[in-house]
Design a protein around this ligand. Structure first.
Ligand code: SF4
Ligand code: MG
Length: 316
């Protein structure tokens, strides 16, 4: 059974949806060409599962993942391999994701070798070009991962993700393992690359403070469901869901006169295998009502391309 799908208006006029996901319990969204969609939630909320689904590393029990008008689910192997070149990933841990026995040149060239693209000479040229593009130097190609800092390694991972000219890059917590100053550099690089190569990003993070500098729209996930989604402005200025409000309250204030109190959530995210009844958030929600234990709220369109699921939205 397909879950209900809520098409959101494109924030970028005349830009068609590039990717459309209608799968997994409560997960349904479009990603528009050239935008950055932030996916936010604590660890265990299903963000990475959603990313693996989009990238066809797992198959959903139901639904579709449409990419440029074609369903990736059930696509035959050869065609899927072709399509998958267009969707690349950058993972969280730049220390773990690069094979220490390979040179930087070999690591960046690897996707071309796997997909048999070009000869040795053209692959070498492409590697050198990409090293410059991500702010490193072609002379780094002969070195090994341990010779680089965390930020430089993430640049190498980004070069590797770019090598096949993708349309979409899924960034799964790409800066979480880095120092704050280095985070800003990597985020700026991602933004520059987006403009230069017309990239679409799905940017996964547990930190709303990181995504605010990066995203056009934001989806907030809780226990495998999108509980709120809207433009950057809507989510930051007019959050509707108590979970989103709690996440936002954890961001350090820029304005010292801002007296909004920090909302502390008790416990951690419950086990997704056996989620709480009714609204999955009710055990931790500071404004839960009786009905929340019994009834699961549906996503409601609150206007301006903003959707959220909370019983309180029906009571206003
Ligand atoms: Fe809280 Fe109830 Fe809204 Fe869930 S439905 S977020 S428990 S108020
Ligand atoms: Mg994760």
């Amino acid at each position: 059974e397909l879950k209900k799908h809520f098409p959101l208006e494109s924030p970028i006029p005349f830009v068609k949806s590039r990717l459309s996901v209608k799968a997994v319990d409560g997960v349904s969204f479009d990603v528009y060409r050239g935008e950055t969609l932030g996916v936010v939630g604590e660890s265990g909320c299903g963000k990475s599962t959603m990313a693996r689904l989009v990238n066809q590393l797992i198959t959903p029990s139901s639904g579709t993942v449409q990419f440029k008008g074609e369903n990736l689910i059930g696509m035959d192997g050869k065609k899927l391999r072709e399509t998958r070149k267009s969707i690349q990933m950058v993972f969280q841990d730049p220390y773990a994701s690069l094979d220490p026995r390979k040179t930087i040149g070999e690591l960046i060239a690897e996707p071309m070798v796997i997909h048999r693209i070009g000869d040795k000479a053209s692959q070498k040229k492409r590697v050198e070009e990409l090293l410059e593009v991500v702010g490193l130097s072609q002379y780094h190609a002969k070195r090994y991962p341990h010779e680089f800092s965390g930020g430089q390694r993430q640049r190498i991972n980004i070069a590797r993700a770019l090598v096949l000219n993708p349309d979409i890059i899924i960034c799964d917590e790409p800066v979480s393992a880095l120092d704050v100053s280095v985070q800003a550099q990597v985020i700026n690089l991602l933004k520059e690359l987006q403009r230069e190569f017309d990239l679409t990003y799905i940017f996964i993070s547990h930190d709303l403070n990181v995504v605010r500098y990066m995203c056009d729209r934001i989806a907030v996930m809780y226990l495998g469901k999108i509980v709120e989604m809207g433009t950057y402005k809507e989510i930051y200025e007019d959050p509707k869901h108590p979970y989103t409000k709690a996440l936002l309250s954890a961001i350090p204030k820029e304005n010292p006169h801002d007296r909004k109190e920090r909302i502390i959530l008790k416990d951690s995210v419950p086990n997704p295998i056996n989620p709480p009844s009714g609204c999955h958030f009710h055990e931790r929600c500071p404004v839960a009502m009786d009905r929340c234990k019994r009834e699961a709220p549906q996503l409601i369109d609150t206007g301006n391309g903003h959707i959220a699921s909370c019983h309180l939205l029906n009571e206003q």
